[in-house]
Design a protein around this ligand. Structure first.
Ligand code: FE
Length: 182
């Protein structure tokens, strides 16, 4: 099965699970993040990254209670490694960095903290809290850190119950276009 079908099938098989204490499912969360990326004119790779940024949760299949158990499953690492067989750094790095980007945005704009949902604040602690000023400067040096920060903002907004957005099939051509050419 090709990677695009595998991704879409993962959402169909496991995406109905709740998204960690938020009022949307995993699939709704992914579709909203991708939709916001598309609305802002993001390229195929970044729209793809927005759609699959939490694929690590679906791949390893942990339940939603994991943060309550004090476990940080490092889903951003799992997801980027899983994607790296098929996609380039323009997809895998924003995915890998999207948790660090939350810690970064907390460090550089205190108002950002106020935008986080209770569940996201809870996981922030597990993820290490806001970056220090020095860590934030180092983050800015990473390739694709700007893309990761943009993705993170779409991620944080993508928790709207009942928001009507394009369905999974809408992203098939975006995903195909983002596949790394070997
Ligand atoms: Fe997310």
């Amino acid at each position: 099965m090709n990677i695009v079908d595998r991704i879409l099938e993962l959402f169909e098989a496991r995406g109905d699970a709740a998204y960690f204490g938020e009022p949307v499912s995993q699939t709704q969360h992914a579709l909203q993040a991708a939709h916001f990326a598309e609305e802002e004119g993001a390229q195929d790779a970044l729209v793809t990254a927005a759609l699959v940024h939490d694929i690590g949760h679906l791949v390893h299949g942990y339940g939603e209670q994991i943060a309550d158990q004090g476990v940080d499953a490092r889903h951003e690492e799992a997801g980027s490694i899983w994607l790296a067989d098929h996609f380039g750094l323009d997809v895998t790095e924003p995915v890998r960095l999207h948790v660090a980007a939350k810690r970064y945005l907390c460090a550089v704009g205190p108002a950002y903290l106020g935008l986080l949902s209770p569940a996201s604040l809870q996981s922030l602690e597990l993820q290490g809290g806001p970056l220090s000023a020095e860590e934030a400067r180092a983050f800015e040096e990473y390739p694709f850190s700007r893309e990761a920060a943009a993705l993170r903002r779409w991620d944080d907004r993508a928790k709207v119950p009942g928001l009507v957005v394009p369905a999974l099939d809408h992203y098939r051509s975006r995903l195909e276009a983002a596949i790394r050419i070997r």
